[in-house]
Design a protein around this ligand. Structure first.
Ligand SMILES: [Zn+2]
Ligand SMILES: [Zn+2]
Length: 537
């Protein structure tokens, strides 16, 4: 059998593995590639998925980096079913419609811009709302612990991964030419102590090949147990100065976890009396409803609150802002408040407005409660940038920045190792996915050292031929895998431009005074851009 990596290979987005067995060809996840322009080109290069030849798709959970290209598969004539848990059916419906809406809007903006520049050929949206809705009719709910056979010789069992509502890891047994191969796809693995979610379950079969996420392969979460206290401190810092606490949070799971933390802080009496709390993300509001609907998927402690008549996702002063007008009114309102808004990495959505209004204020707290990908505004802020470009404006960073590790939906390094220790055996081969190179290198070393297993981190478009008891055969497709950035060439080009500029300015002194002033202005602007790039490195 063969496994090809179509994403989340030495990076964290675009999760998709395509498996080819004797009787079937199918995908585990079909996520959107996110992060930078180079990686995002892969969203359009979807012919490599050969969607029409996929028999079915197994979806581990609703996050867009695992589900976001499903509508694109519909465009490319995928005609099979998509299996996932019941809460995932609800969450992914919400997320794909939202994603399609964004795709359509972006294409519309781009086309207006092109028209203004006199370009006639319009660009096409990555996919449409109609294509997203077509996915929804293909979703088939599965249950944790109940194995099924989506194709001859393929047996699948979903188990609770404890990452977000309905998230799963997959046990897949492939029967081929009389031999059995057992693969485990971790999907995204949760933290054992996470609020609302159960700890990741225990695999129930011996595993030959483990495909494991490695997002936090290089570190543990700091002060997991004191996260709630840190959140209370951040809120107190701002509210005692009359400022606002801004919490960029993913609409699904993180927002609900923060709401539940605020519920607990309120119960403990550690929340400033009467402070308004805004959930300012239409998607987060809808996701919270889905969490309530599937209360039986939440952990025991949360179940106990619900049983005793409490609402673990509510607290006094909580307000939901659905329309944009109400969202803007939050910033016009003086005084302390807590604002939870998306996106979690500050690169889209209403959070950008809240940052523009508060990032420059020394009395505000900005609280990061999730993973910040390289290149996003969120990552730049936590890495100490002095100013950030938001909505085309340079905003100084003067607010107090808090990074709270204990809210992560991903297992930390020691938690990943602990999970593997429960089913490791000498025959196990591990492939690391869903992690940046440094995290994968460090985790791979630890896995080899501790468990004496074979570990590798396959690259984008690499194809693995697997047969238990034999070394995996790796075939890399260099023609299709996008090349590395040639920094030498890029910087040589910058230097060339500088030399050209110097040559053109040889006669600068002879030019009219106003013209010199204008050129000076433009070069100062260039220098500012240079400083911006340098300070963000
Ligand atoms: Zn996820
Ligand atoms: Zn993920």
């Amino acid at each position: 059998m063969k496994v090809q990596l179509l994403g989340a290979a030495q990076t964290v987005t675009g999760s998709c593995c395509i498996l080819e067995t004797e009787h079937a060809r199918f995908a585990v996840d079909c996520g959107m590639h996110q992060g930078n322009a180079e990686i995002e080109k892969r969203n359009c290069n979807t012919r490599v998925y050969q969607a029409a030849k996929l028999d079915f798709i197994l979806l581990t959970h609703a996050h867009i980096d695992h589900s976001g290209l499903l509508p694109r598969m519909m465009r490319e004539n995928f005609d099979g079913l998509v299996y996932c848990t019941e809460p995932t059916v609800d969450l992914v419906s919400l997320m794909l419609e939202d994603s399609a809406y964004i795709q359509e809007m972006e294409a519309e903006w781009a086309n207006r811009k092109r028209a203004r520049r006199g370009k006639e050929d319009p660009v096409e949206a990555l996919y449409t709302l109609e294509e997203a809705r077509a996915v929804l009719s293909r979703l088939r709910p599965t249950r944790y612990g109940e194995a099924f056979e989506p194709a001859p010789g393929v047996r699948v069992c979903y188990r609770d991964a404890g990452h977000i509502l309905g998230s799963s890891f997959l046990e897949i047994e492939i029967s081929e030419n009389g031999a059995l191969t057992r693969l485990l796809f971790s999907g995204d693995l949760g933290r054992p102590g996470a609020l609302l979610m159960n700890a990741p379950a225990q695999p129930a079969m011996p595993v030959d090949y483990l495909f494991m996420e490695s997002t936090y392969g290089d570190r543990n979460h700091r002060n997991e147990d004191s996260s709630r206290d840190e959140l209370a401190d951040a809120i107190r810092h701002a509210s005692s100065r009359g400022g606002k606490t801004i919490i960029p949070a993913f609409a699904v799971e993180r927002t609900q976890e923060i709401l539940h933390s605020l519920f607990l802080l309120h119960k403990e009496g550690s929340l400033p009396e009467g402070i308004p709390v805004y959930v300012d993300s239409p998607m987060a509001i809808k996701a919270t409803k889905i969490f309530r609907k599937h209360g039986d998927f939440l952990d025991r402690q949360t179940g106990d609150y619900i049983a005793s008549g409490d609402d673990p996702l509510s607290l006094p002063g909580l307000q939901y802002t659905l329309d944009a007008g109400a969202s803007q009114a939050i910033n016009a309102r003086q005084g302390p408040a807590i604002i939870i808004s998306a996106s979690g990495m500050c690169n889209a959505g209403r959070i950008k407005h809240h940052l523009r209004h508060n990032l420059w204020r020394p009395d505000a707290s900005i609280v990061f409660v999730g993973y910040q990908s390289v290149g996003t505004p969120g990552r730049k802020i936590i890495d100490g940038a002095k100013s950030i470009s938001i909505l085309g404006e340079d905003i100084a960073v003067a607010a107090k920045i808090f990074t709270i590790g204990g809210f992560s939906a991903h297992a930390g390094q020691s938690q990943l190792l602990e999970w593997v220790s429960r089913f490791v055996r000498p025959e196990l081969t591990v492939f690391l996915l869903h992690g940046e190179s440094k995290a994968q290198r460090i985790l791979a070393d630890l896995l080899r050292e501790r468990f004496q297993v074979r570990v590798s981190a396959p690259a984008y478009l690499e194809e693995l031929t697997l047969a238990p008891g034999k070394e995996p055969v790796v075939r890399a497709d260099r023609r299709l895998a996008s090349g590395k950035i040639n920094w030498t060439l890029l910087l040589a080009e910058t230097e060339g431009k500088l030399a050209q500029l110097r040559a053109s300015l040889a006669d600068a002194h002879d030019r009219p005074r106003e013209e010199q002033a204008e050129i000076q202005e433009q070069i100062l602007e260039l220098n500012k851009r240079f400083m911006y790039v340098i300070s963000n490195l």
